[in-house]
Every structure is written in C-alpha cells, then in structure tokens.
Design a binder for this molecule. Structure first.
Ligand SMILES: *Cc1c(COP(=O)(O)O)cnc(C)c1O
Length: 432
C-alpha cells in the first residue's frame, strides 16, 4: 500500500524526484566502490518505530525509559558484530564510518600528537586527512612512503620513517584499497614505537568478515573502524571493533562514541545492522569470494581492451576495487560523466602523483561489489568492460550504449547473498 500524495508542491517534488531516481537506478550498472544494496529484511527495519526513538548510553544503562526491547536488540547486534569479526569488543552505535573515525581520533590522541596515515593521493579517505577529522583534533600528520608499482605502503622506507618520527598513532586503511596493508610486515616496528594501531576498514569490512582479505584484529591492530554499507552490504552506518591494547583504550572509545560524538545512534539502523551481520555470517564467505573474483576479472577485461588499470604487477586488485588512469580517455571527470550518460555509475578519483585536482583528477575508481550482489559472475565482467570501451575508447554515443546497459541490467534485478533472495532490488520503495 502506498500513501496517496497530498496536494503540496514541495512534498510532491521530493517524492517525484525520488521516484525518478529509483526508476533510473533500476536501469543502471552501479560501480561506486563505496556503495551496495541493503537486503530487503534490513531495509524494512529502517521504517519501524525505532526510527522515532532515542536510547542514549549503553543497554541497561540508558538515560531514557522505553528501551526494554531496544536493549535486547542492541546486545544481540553487538554479539553478532563480535561473532562476525571474531572481535573481543564491538560498538555498533556509530552512525557512519566518519563518526567512527572521529570517535577513534578523540579516543586515541591528545591535541598536538603526531599520527601517521596514508596520503590522500595514495588512496586515503578525507576523514583521515589533516584537513579532515585528524585536523579537527588538532593533530600533526606524517604520511607513509608509497610504492606506486605495488599500490601499497613501502615497508622498508616506512619502517625507517616510523622509527625516526615515532607517531603516537598509526592509521591504516584507505578508500582506494586494492591490496592488504602490510600489518604483519610492520608489526615489530609498531610494537617498538608502542603506538595505537588503528585500521579503517570502511571499504573492505565485508571482505575481512568473509575471510578473504586480511584479518587486522589478528595482525596487531587494536581498533578497527568501518562503514556498514560498502562491501559489508548493510544499512548506511558505522561500527567499531576492538582487540584493544588494554581496558583503558576500549573505555576511551566507548566514551568518545557517546557522549563524545553521538546522541541518538539511529536505532532503526542499529537494528538493521544486526540483520546484515546475521546475513553476512551465513553468506559472507561466498559473497566476498565472488566479489574479488569479479573485480579481478573486470580489471583484466578492461586491461585487455586498452585501459590503463593500475596495479598490474600484482594482478590489479585483491579487493572489490579497481583504479584506472584515464588521462588518455579525457580524464576522470569527463569519463565519469560520459559513463553516467550511458547509465554506468562510477566516480572520478585521484591516483598516486596525480597532476590534477580532486574535481579534475586523472583516475576513475570502480568496485565490483554491487554487480556481484545482483548476481553477476566472471563472464558478465567482459560484457561490462566492453560497455566501458564503447563509451570511453570507441567514443560511441553514450545514449546509444545506454540502451545496451539497460538490456544487460534487466536480467539482474535480484539481491543475492541474503535471506529472502529473489526479492527485487528496485521495486517500488514507498511503504505505508
Ligand atoms: C567511506 C570511508 C569512510 C567514511 O565512511 P562514511 O560511512 O561514509 O562516513 C571512512 N574511511 C574510509 C577509508 C572510507 O573509505
């Protein structure tokens, strides 16, 4: 049942545009590396009564009444997070990856401390940059030495840098995350400088939980933050996992989540995370495996068609993500726009030593997790690569290619790797 629209121009405008968006995405191939499709069971919880409620604090120690059942749910969701990540500690309250990161920065550092992280051009997220959350905390930053050939941290040079500068905090993890971070290789050094070790797994949580990428909590990391909606296909939110150095460290994290950086922690999303965790416990290993196979197949197929896919030496990627230097095809901004006209959704991205700017970078970033979610396999990746070639290399009219994109997408309208498979991904979203 849907609610009839009132005779109000503003409400109509909003509803009609969301209808248009939903219809459009029904016909699109979505390759944004940070997005995914939440499962129907998790989506449904986000319009429950929890949408209207507050539960400040922790289960059993709330500031408001009315949380009898919410407490039960939150305790269970926390247990599910611990089980999924084999984590001694979990906080499921952060409302996004960024608020998880702000909480971690405030818990792990004091104003003026030195921290180490990846450079933005080498794939870091803005929340780890000095002009992002690190700057909010008033920290000083050094960045890891980068090995462009391997699209990863240069271990020897970075070891030297860390021993010399001795940062209080080392932050690993990126938004262009092709290969696992060398945590084991650096673990002696990290222990020697006795820093907090923090891993931002926003992009790769689903791969980690599926056991297919790396296992940071067993590789010397104390705190792992992340988003619950990228390769982990849950609702838009955040999570913090801990294998803390000591009790104090985890207590500080808890305090910085609340009352530090959150008041309401969006209970409907917290509950939906639980469904996503339960689904990933069951389907995550298969899903993660297929994502990585598809990403490698797509990268290879694009390479064979003449694209400069970075990271060739190590097989382009070990994750869901790929990055292309598309300067010969007109640069990241132009390429992403042309692809959008053809109903292929991607994003422009900085690459190492990028001569451009964030708005006009050299690169294009792709992710295979959503195509995998709707049931695509390796053989479909060459079809997708061919569509890229027709738009960006052959310079065919993107509106013409769009028709073939729609035709391909029409056979992939089901969300996989979840309970209640077979439910359509883009069916009419309005619920009374
Ligand atoms: C996406 C991302 C974030 C931010 O997550 P949001 O949930 O969008 O706030 C943080 N860190 C990294 C590495 C990311 O890629």
């Amino acid at each position: 049942m849907t609610i009839p629209l009132p005779d109000d121009a503003d409400v109509k405008f909003i509803y009609e545009n969301i209808d248009k968006h939903t219809d459009w995405f029904h016909d699109c191939l979505c390759l944004i590396a940070s997005e995914n499709l939440v499962s129907p069971l998790a989506r449904q919880l986000q319009v429950s009564d929890l949408t209207d409620r507050y539960a400040e604090g922790l289960p059993g120690k709330r500031y408001y009444q009315g949380n009898i059942y919410v407490d039960e749910v939150e305790k269970r969701v926390e247990e599910l997070a611990k089980k999924l990540f084999k984590a001694p500690q979990a906080d499921v309250r952060p409302i996004s990856g960024t608020t998880s990161n702000i909480s971690a920065f405030f818990a792990l550092t004091q104003v003026g401390d030195l921290y180490a992280s990846t450079h933005l051009n080498d794939g870091a997220h803005i929340s780890s940059a000095a002009f992002g959350a690190g700057g909010l905390r008033g920290l000083n930053q050094i960045t890891y030495i980068w090995d462009k050939e391997n699209m990863n941290i240069d271990v020897d040079a970075t070891r030297k840098l860390l021993l010399e500068r001795r940062p209080k905090l080392c932050l690993f993890g990126r938004s262009v995350f092709l290969f696992p971070s060398p945590l084991k290789e650096l673990s002696d050094t990290l222990q020697e400088i006795d820093c907090h070790v923090w891993y931002d797994g926003a992009h790769v949580l689903g791969l980690i939980a599926g056991g297919k990428f790396q296992d940071p909590l067993r590789e010397g990391v104390h705190i792992m933050t992340g988003s619950t909606h990228k390769t982990l296909p849950g609702p838009q939110g955040g999570v913090i996992l801990g294998n803390p150095k000591n009790e104090e460290q985890w207590k500080d994290i808890r305090k910085r989540v609340f009352p530090g950086t959150h008041s309401s922690h969006h209970l409907m999303t917290m509950a939906a995370k639980g469904v996503a965790f339960a689904e990933h416990i069951k389907f995550g290993a298969d899903y993660a495996d297929q994502i990585i196979r598809n990403a490698r197949a797509l990268a290879q197929a694009l390479h064979e068609r003449g694209f400069n896919v970075l990271g060739e030496r190590l097989g382009f990627t070990r994750s869901h993500a790929m990055v292309l230097d598309v300067r010969p095809q007109g640069g990241g901004a132009t390429c992403a726009l042309d692809l959008e006209t053809a109903n292929i959704i991607t994003n422009k991205n900085l690459i190492p030593d990028d001569p451009g700017t964030s708005m006009r970078p050299a690169g294009l970033r792709l992710g295979a997790q959503e195509l995998t979610r709707i049931g695509m396999k390796g053989s479909h990746m060459s079809e997708v690569a061919e569509l890229f070639k027709r738009v960006l290399i052959d310079k065919e009219d993107p509106l013409k290619v769009r028709e073939d994109v729609k035709a391909l997408k029409s056979s992939f309208q089901t969300i996989h790797y979840c309970f209640a498979p077979g439910t359509e991904a883009y069916k009419k979203w309005r619920i009374c």
